[in-house]
Ligand binder design. Structure first.
Ligand SMILES: NC(=O)c1ccc[n+]([C@@H]2O[C@H](COP(=O)([O-])OP(=O)(O)OC[C@H]3O[C@@H](n4cnc5c(N)ncnc54)[C@H](OP(=O)(O)O)[C@@H]3O)[C@@H](O)[C@H]2O)c1
Length: 239
């Protein structure tokens, strides 16, 4: 049965491809971009598929997001917190890790997930007669985290991004516990090392394979598996 997904950061990369594939299989998508005017590919995709609705959304601007959410009456089945940034792959002495950059990474990758979940919680909780949610469930939250946030996979690069993704996974776990009694399942996902602007051309996973894998994993997330941390192939990751 067709679902409604709200996807942040849908104008390029994995978010764009998840939007494209989900729409192609018959789902309805609320595709969010922080600047629709600078999202020509997404605008063209939405023009070619009426199942895609565009929404201007900066995940760091909670007040704007709350207002936008308050004006939206649609039920959301799967809230995909995908928007993310990586400021630098350098280590401790990399000057790119300055306070403004760190603030931006933490606001986007950590606070952005929290603000998005808080703003659209009412839409996840709404009942929908045409929804395909299993009984006892109202909606799902998928946090696109990263294996780089795994404590057991610590490495010598990108400490700020790693910390932000460790926190994103941690928020997913907290929300899983808090929202289970309200019928919402939450998962943290690693999309693979993906050939996008962020992953670069040497990455080993195509954006099509990553998006297809993630969408399939969201479909099987439920209250028995809530709090999971896994990759796009469904392989569990160590926290
Ligand atoms: N690619 C990988 O190998 C990889 C691996 C692990 C995890 N991830 C995670 O997967 C997610 C998607 O990554 P990607 O590879 O598709 O990256 P990408 O190609 O760089 O795209 C990032 C998306 O996030 C959006 N975004 C950034 N800040 C935002 C904000 N404040 N509000 C709303 N949207 C914002 C960007 O919008 P603009 O165009 O406006 O900047 C863009 O649409 C991210 O969370 C990333 O950390 C990626």
């Amino acid at each position: 049965m067709s679902k409604t997904l709200l996807i942040t950061g849908a104008n390029r990369g994995i978010g764009f491809e998840m939007t494209r594939q989900a729409a192609a299989r018959g789902d309805r998508i609320i595709a969010c971009a922080r600047n629709i005017m600078e999202a020509p590919d997404l605008v063209a995709l939405a023009k070619s598929n009426s199942a895609i609705t565009l929404l201007g959304l900066d995940v760091t601007a909670e007040n704007d997001m709350k207002q936008i959410a308050a004006g939206m009456t649609r039920k959301v089945d799967i809230l995909v917190c995908n928007a993310g940034i990586l400021n630098s792959y350098g280590g401790l002495e990399d000057p790119s890790h300055h306070s403004r950059a760190i603030e931006s990474v933490l606001m986007t990758n950590v606070a952005g997930v929290f603000f998005t979940a808080r703003s659209f919680l009412p839409h996840l909780l709404e009942t929908n007669e045409t929804s395909s949610q299993p009984s006892g469930m109202t909606g799902k939250i998928a946090v696109i985290s990263s294996a780089m946030g795994s404590q057991q996979r610590a490495n010598s690069n990108a400490p700020i991004y790693r910390a932000s993704k460790a926190a994103a996974t941690n928020i997913a776990r907290s929300l899983a516990v808090e929202l289970a009694p309200r019928g919402i399942a939450v998962g943290a996902y690693h999309p693979g090392w993906v050939r996008t602007d962020m992953g670069g051309p040497s990455a080993d996973v195509s954006v099509a394979d990553s998006a297809a894998g993630l969408l399939a994993r969201f479909d099987v997330l439920d209250l028995t598996t809530t709090g999971l941390y896994e990759n796009y192939l469904g392989e569990a990751l160590p926290f």
